[in-house]
Design a protein around this ligand. Structure first.
Ligand SMILES: CC(C)(COP(=O)(O)OP(=O)(O)OC[C@H]1O[C@@H](n2cnc3c(N)ncnc32)[C@H](O)[C@@H]1OP(=O)(O)O)[C@@H](O)C(=O)NCCC(=O)NCCS
Length: 410
């Protein structure tokens, strides 16, 4: 049995299989039904006819790889987002999952995607293949009455987001998330350039000269039993005062609804601007985000080095989750930082001026290389992270930054 590319001719069969797995209607006979995979992604699958007892014209397993880009502490890395991965119910329990996921990893490598990301329903099955939980999408329930007392911020006014002003919001999002780790760039063709629709609304915060300083986006919900009338997708401001101005605007809804659900990034700076102690964690399950390093050297090179950090280390990466040669995760690398840039490549035997050696397994690499964690965090999770002290200090400094956050859309 082999994994092959799925084309437009396979779309209806694949889509029927995945809508059966995940729920949700798919009627190929309806005039508006999609006929092909959306651009910006690669679809792969296994024909049922190639597995024992399988029928012609049935896809036994399939997945899509979205060609995204994510921020890495001031740099950007290409990232294969795994979506719609499913095995036909007739072929579950026969090991197709592992074959398909190994093929996904190999395909990300072949397409120059040094990272891969997914939202797991069952993290354990992905962990076996080197994916590591790096983030969780957290939300807070905020009493709007708490926000009513926020004072007006001088030289700031609000502008509606329309088709005409949406490009300003996109530009600001790129600017304000550039130094985060793991944030999707949300670019075409995977993301529409226009307004998201579906009740999505937003305001830009500008100063008297028209320069943008922040934005707030939300969807108004009908009054629900939980009292949450506003789903706030994002609140981003350049400064604390800007975030306060946006929270003040949110407070203006307190006459019509009691609570807002506010989606936040890891260590989101808005937490420092929230007045009062009334906010509480959203009781709904927290979606997890897993990432896997596909190409260790390329992932390291994608981020800038912190200014003033100089040095070099030898990095040994072990990967027993996929057959050797599946991707460029494992190997022995020389990693150095100088003049704000990281160099990473195969070990050429240099022994001079090395700060020492670091040995990581692929799980630790997937945890650490997306930034915001230290080798000690990997050891706390029982992952392999062994290092000479000076080398450890160097890598911790290289990968410093906020913990990764992934917010899937505007
Ligand atoms: C989850 C799914 C992809 C697994 O595919 P599969 O080919 O049946 O899995 P495999 O036979 O290769 O089994 C892989 C391992 O995962 C385990 N596993 C499979 N489904 C599982 C589940 N729902 N919960 C816990 N473990 C599961 C198996 O026991 C097996 O472990 P083992 O090797 O120790 O026996 C498949 O059941 C499916 O398509 N489910 C519906 C869609 C879905 O959940 N997709 C994943 C979305 S993130």
């Amino acid at each position: 049995m082999s994994v092959r590319d799925l084309t437009a001719e396979d779309f209806v069969v694949y889509k029927t299989m995945t809508s059966g797995a995940f729920g949700g209607p798919f009627d190929p006979s309806s005039p508006g039904a999609a006929r092909d995979f959306s651009p910006g992604q690669t679809a792969i699958g296994i024909d049922a006819a190639s597995v024992p007892g399988g029928l012609d014209g049935v896809i036994a397993a399939g997945a899509r790889i979205r060609h995204d880009r994510v921020t890495l502490g001031g740099g950007v890395a290409r990232c294969g987002g795994v979506a719609g991965l499913a095995v036909h119910p007739a072929h579950r329990g026969d090991g197709l999952f592992g074959q398909l996921l190994t093929a996904v990893i190999a395909r990300c490598d072949a397409e120059g995607l040094p990272l891969s990301m997914l939202y797991p329903s069952n993290p354990a099955i992905y962990r076996r293949y080197g994916y590591q939980v790096v983030a969780r999408s957290e939300s807070l329930i905020v009493p709007l009455v708490d926000l009513q007392r926020i004072a007006a911020v001088p030289d700031r006014r609000l502008v509606p987001v329309t088709e005409a002003t949406m490009p300003r919001l996109r530009e600001l999002y790129h600017r304000l998330s550039a130094h985060d780790n793991g944030m999707l760039r949300r670019e075409a063709p995977l993301f529409d350039e226009g307004l998201p629709g579906g009740g999505w609304s937003a305001l830009l915060l500008e100063d008297g000269s028209g320069t943008d300083h922040g934005y707030l986006s939300w969807t108004r919900r009908g009054e629900a039993a939980d009292g949450v009338g506003l789903e706030v997708h994002e609140l981003m401001g350049r400064t604390r005062a800007d975030r306060l101005a946006l929270l003040r605007s949110l407070g203006s809804w307190s006459t019509v609804t009691e609570l807002a659900r506010l989606r936040v990034r890891s260590e989101d700076p808005v937490l420092d601007a929230l007045p009062g102690g009334g906010a509480r964690p959203d009781p709904d399950p927290v979606p997890l985000v897993m990432m896997r390093v596909i190409d260790t050297a390329a992932t390291l090179r994608a981020r800038p080095a912190p200014g003033g950090l100089h040095g070099a280390v030898r990095l040994l990466v072990e990967d027993d989750t996929v057959p050797a040669g599946t991707c460029h995760g494992a190997g022995t690398f020389l990693v150095s930082a100088a003049d704000g840039r990281i160099s990473a490549g195969p070990d050429d035997g240099t022994t001079e001026d090395l700060l020492g050696t670091i040995r990581l397994d692929i799980h630790a690499v997937s945890l650490l290389l997306v930034g915001g964690r230290r080798l000690a965090d990997a050891r706390r999770l029982d992952l392999t992270a062994v290092a000479d002290p000076a080398a450890e200090t160097f890598l911790d400094a290289l990968l410093a930054g906020p913990r990764p956050s992934v917010l899937d859309a505007f």
